[in-house]
Design a protein around this ligand. Structure first.
Ligand code: DAH
Length: 357
């Protein structure tokens, strides 16, 4: 027994980590361990002998067990000490300056126009950017052979050979959200749908991705007069001028009848654009009364319901409002540009406080 004791106490003392210590425990006290085997042999002894040997074995077992526990605690402390030694942080060091961005003018303008239209009872609707050509075209009264399909410079999604599902496109405008919103909630309905749209176009004034906001108001007796008032209210609030003058120009869109393009009165003085006064006109959106076929495609009965829709370029009105000269810079992620034209994270526009004050 002295030999066993010496052997295992030495093994415990020599164990350098918890895994080795566990091996020592199993070898001595495990079910098939050496001490356990000795315990099992007690049964074959004479009663007197067994009593003496049993007491000694138990004492030995306790002693080894205590040594194992003590060593385990010490190893744990050592591991913690090691972590404390290596994982440290000097909290007195100055903070590291990370490059800091700002809220992009497009995001800011989306917040602004959402606040303005929300005040007029418009909810925000959304749709996918990868859209079926049915939603992007057919449902909007643009059948497959319609010339408008070519005008849109559409990006088509690739299909594997043999994949015969209907084609999908990157939506070329936010108008498909009209269909989705009406199909989902029926009439009456009043929504705007701001978001990204895509066209294969790239020059000084066009980027392959840009932003639009769609507007839709359907009820029993909504007319062009309501459209005009809503757009004037919007422009006054958005450009933060006491009054604006809008010019409705007859136009054509497949999804509206009648259709109008809307210009806003402005002036250019010394390269400085002024909204609301002057002798120039700037086109800002397309609009009209929703075509009965469009209502029907979305499951709304055109004999009972009517209303207006409009689509406006967000990047365009952001440039106008904040005097940003170049569209392409919007999407270059240049921090210097962002610091110049961007907004602070807490500048949440709301009408009660004055939109941008
Ligand atoms: N979807 C048109 C475009 O992207 C814009 C537009 C015009 C939207 C008239 C409308 C509308 O809702 O009524 O060019």
């Amino acid at each position: 027994m002295d030999a066993l004791k010496a052997k295992y106490l030495a093994a415990v003392a020599a164990a350098a980590d918890e895994a080795t210590l566990e091996e020592v425990r199993v070898a001595a006290l495990g079910k098939k361990g050496e001490i356990s085997a000795q315990m099992a042999s007690l049964g074959r002894m004479e009663p007197d002998q067994r009593k003496a040997a049993g007491a000694m074995l138990n004492a030995l077992k306790d002693e080894i067990d205590a040594a194992l526990r003590a060593k385990k605690a010490a190893l744990g402390d050592a591991a913690l000490d090691e972590r404390l030694r290596t994982e440290w942080l000097d909290v007195t060091l100055p903070g590291r300056n990370r490059p800091r961005g700002t809220i992009h003018p497009v995001s800011q303008v989306m917040e602004e126009l959402t606040a303005i239209f929300a005040d007029m009872g418009f909810a925000v609707a959304e749709g996918p950017q990868v859209e079926s050509d049915w939603y992007n075209f057919d449902a909007l009264n643009i059948p497959p052979e319609h010339p408008a399909r070519q005008e849109h410079d559409t990006f088509f999604m690739n299909r594997a050979p043999g994949d015969n599902r209907p084609p999908h496109v990157l939506r070329t405008h936010t108008s498909p959200v009209q269909i989705r919103a009406m199909a989902a909630q029926g009439a009456p309905i009043r929504v705007i749908a701001p978001g990204r749209v895509y066209r294969m176009d790239m020059d000084q004034t066009h980027t392959p991705m840009f932003h639009q906001v769609e507007g839709l108001a359907i009820d029993r007796d909504i007319s062009m007069a309501n459209l005009k008032w809503v757009l004037e209210e919007f422009c006054r609030a958005f450009f933060e001028v006491p009054s604006v003058e809008l010019r409705f120009r007859a136009s054509h869109f497949p999804f509206t009848e009648p259709s109008a393009e809307v210009d806003i009165r402005c002036s250019w003085e010394g390269g400085q654009l002024k909204i609301g006064q002057g002798d120039k006109w700037m086109e800002i959106l397309g609009s009209g009364m929703v075509h009965p076929k469009v209502l029907a495609a979305a499951g709304v009965d055109p004999a009972k319901w009517q209303g207006f829709a409009f689509g406006m370029g967000i990047d365009r009105i952001a440039m106008l409002k904040y005097g940003i000269p170049d569209l392409r810079a919007f999407f270059e992620s240049d921090l210097r540009w962002l610091r110049h034209y961007g907004f602070a994270a807490l500048d949440m526009p709301d009408l009660a406080g004055g939109l941008s004050s």
